[in-house]
Design a protein around this ligand. Structure first.
Ligand SMILES: NC(=O)C1=CN([C@@H]2O[C@H](COP(=O)(O)OP(=O)(O)OC[C@H]3O[C@@H](n4cnc5c(N)ncnc54)[C@H](O)[C@@H]3O)[C@@H](O)[C@H]2O)C=CC1
Ligand SMILES: O=C(O)CCC(=O)C(=O)O
Length: 410
C-alpha cells in the first residue's frame, strides 16, 4: 500500500458544521485516525485552536476561511467545502499557499430545486399567509390571490445546475420559464433565455435567484429591480444572503408590490442552532423563512459527504486534484509499488520546469512518469521516479526559489 510522507495516523482531519458522519467513516475506513468532528461553527478562538494544526479541513457554508482564520492554519494541506458554494473561502490565498479546495458542485442541486419548486406552489396559492393565520385561530378560506402554477411565468436568474433543474421541474408543472445568465447557456425544454435582468423582471410572476455570491451579484436585487417586477409578483432567494437588499424587499412587501417571498439565505446567519435568528423579514405572514436548508436533506448530505471526502482522500493518498476549484487539475493513476511519487507545487514562472528537471538529474533519478498542470500563477508537477531515498530530492526541490510545497508518496 502507498505510504504518505506524513503517515495517515499523523494527518489531522477536522470536520466542522455537522458534516454528515459518512465523511468521517470514509476517512477512518481509509486508515485516517486523527479526526475531529464539530457540529457547530466555532467562534474565532475555538476555531483557531481546532484548525491551527489541521492538515485537512472540512467546512460547510458558514466557516469563513479568510484573513486571520486562514492565517491560523499552519499545516493546512487541503480544504473541502461540503456544499456547493466556495465564497466563504479565500480561494486565491489558498492557491498561493499550495492548498487545493474541493467542493460538491451538484450533490445538493436537486434538493434546492425541489424546495424552491414547492415554495413557488405555496406562494402562488397564498399558503404562507393562510397557514400563519390558521395557527392564530383565523380562518381564511378564499381564492383571492390564489393561483395555479400552470401558465405562470417563472424567471430564473443564474441558469446553472440549480437554475436549470428548477426550470425542468417548473415546466413539468406547466410554467413558462425565462432565464437570465451572464453566460450563454443551452436552454432545456422550452425555457428561453433573455438578454438582461431588466428584460426578465417585467415578464415574470415569480423570480428565483440562483447565482453565486460574487462582486457582480452582491446587491443585485434592490428597490429598482423589485419595482420592475409586476405588482403581485413573488421572490425566491435560495442562493446567497447578500444578493437581495433585505430592507428593500421589506419595503416592497409592506407596499404590497411584492405579494410574497421565500428566503432561505440571509446576510447574517446564526452560527449554530443555539443562536437566535434575527431578520427584518420576521413577522411577515406572506414570507416563508427557512434556515439555510436548501441543500439540507439526508440524500444531499450523504452524497456531499461521499463526494468531498473522496476528493480529499484521493488528494492526500495519490495527489489527484481533479475538480479542485482553485488549483491545477491533475488526475493521477495509482502509484506503481516500485515507484516513489514526488509532488511539487510552485510559483508558475519561466525556468521552473528546467530547475525541477535538473534537480532530478542531479539526484540521478529515472523518471517513469511526469504530470504537469498550471493554473494562473501556480504550477503542479508530479514525478513518479525510481529511488531508494527521497530525502535528497525533497531538499533540492525545496531549495528552488518559488517552491510552495513538496510532498512524497512511496
Ligand atoms: N440554499 C442552499 O442551501 C444552497 C445554496 N446554493 C447557492 O446556489 C448558488 C448556485 O448554485 P449552482 O446552480 O450549483 O451554481 P452554478 O455555478 O451551477 O450556476 C450559477 C449560474 O449563475 C450564473 N451567474 C453568475 N453570475 C451571474 C450574474 N451576475 N448574473 C447572471 N447569472 C450569473 C453562472 O453563469 C451560472 O450559470 C451557489 O453558488 C450557492 O451560493 C447552493 C446549494 C445550496
Ligand atoms: O447546507 C450547507 O452546508 C450549505 C449549502 C449551500 O449553501 C451550498 O451548498 O452552497
Amino acid at each position: 500500500m502507498t505510504k504518505l510522507s506524513l503517515s495517515k495516523e499523523k494527518i489531522k482531519v477536522v470536520l466542522l458544521e455537522g458534516v454528515h458522519p459518512e465523511a468521517e467513516q470514509l476517512f477512518r475506513r481509509d486508515g485516517y485516525s486523527q479526526i475531529v468532528t464539530v457540529d457547530s461553527t466555532p467562534a474565532d478562538d475555538e476555531l483557531h485552536q481546532l484548525i491551527g494544526d489541521a492538515h485537512i479541513l472540512g467546512i460547510r457554508s458558514r466557516t469563513q476561511l479568510i484573513g486571520v482564520n486562514l492565517d491560523a492554519c499552519d499545516k493546512l494541506m487541503a480544504v473541502g467545502t461540503f456544499c456547493i458554494g466556495t465564497n466563504q473561502v479565500d480561494l486565491d490565498t489558498c492557491k498561493s499557499r499550495g492548498i487545493p479546495v474541493f467542493n460538491a458542485p451538484f450533490s445538493n442541486t436537486r434538493s434546492v430545486a425541489e424546495l424552491v419548486m414547492g415554495e413557488i406552489i405555496l406562494l402562488l396559492r397564498g399558503i404562507p399567509e393562510k397557514n400563519a393565520k390558521a395557527h392564530r385561530g383565523e380562518w381564511q378560506k378564499s381564492a383571492v390571490r390564489s393561483h395555479e402554477t400552470r401558465g405562470k411565468t417563472l424567471g430564473i436568474v443564474g441558469y446553472g445546475h440549480i437554475g436549470s433543474q428548477l426550470g425542468v421541474l417548473a415546466e413539468a408543472l406547466g410554467m413558462h420559464v425565462l432565464f437570465y445568465d451572464i453566460e450563454n447557456k443551452l436552454p432545456l425544454g422550452n425555457c428561453q433565455a433573455v438578454a438582461s435582468l431588466e428584460e426578465l423582471l417585467p415578464q415574470v410572476d415569480v423570480l428565483s435567484l440562483h447565482v453565486p455570491a460574487t462582486e457582480l451579484t452582491k446587491n443585485m436585487i434592490t428597490t429598482k429591480e423589485l419595482a420592475l417586477l409586476p405588482a403581485g409578483a413573488h421572490v425566491v432567494n435560495a442562493a446567497r444572503g447578500n444578493i437581495i437588499v433585505i430592507d428593500d424587499l421589506v419595503d416592497a412587501l409592506r407596499s404590497d408590490h411584492i405579494a410574497g417571498a421565500a428566503i432561505d439565505v440571509f446576510p447574517e446567519e446564526p452560527a449554530s442552532n443555539n443562536e437566535t435568528f434575527n431578520s427584518p423579514l420576521t413577522g411577515f405572514d406572506q414570507v416563508i423563512l427557512t434556515p439555510h436548508i436548501g441543500g439540507s436533506t439526508q440524500e444531499a448530505q450523504l452524497n456531499i459527504a461521499n463526494e468531498v471526502a473522496d476528493k480529499l482522500i484521493k488528494y492526500s493518498n495519490n495527489g489527484s486534484t481533479t475538480s479542485a476549484v482553485n488549483f491545477p487539475e491533475v488526475s493521477l493513476p495509482s502509484l506503481h509499488p516500485d515507484l516513489t511519487r514526488v509532488m511539487h507545487i510552485h510559483e508558475n514562472k519561466p525556468g521552473m520546469l528546467e530547475q525541477i528537471n535538473q534537480a532530478f538529474a542531479r539526484e540521478n533519478m529515472n523518471v517513469a512518469a511526469m504530470y504537469l498542470q498550471t493554473a494562473g500563477e501556480v504550477g503542479y508537477v508530479i514525478m513518479d521516479v525510481q529511488c531508494d531515498s527521497s530525502e535528497g530530492i525533497v531538499q533540492q526541490l525545496k531549495d528552488i526559489s518559488g517552491t510552495i510545497r513538496v510532498r512524497v508518496l512511496h
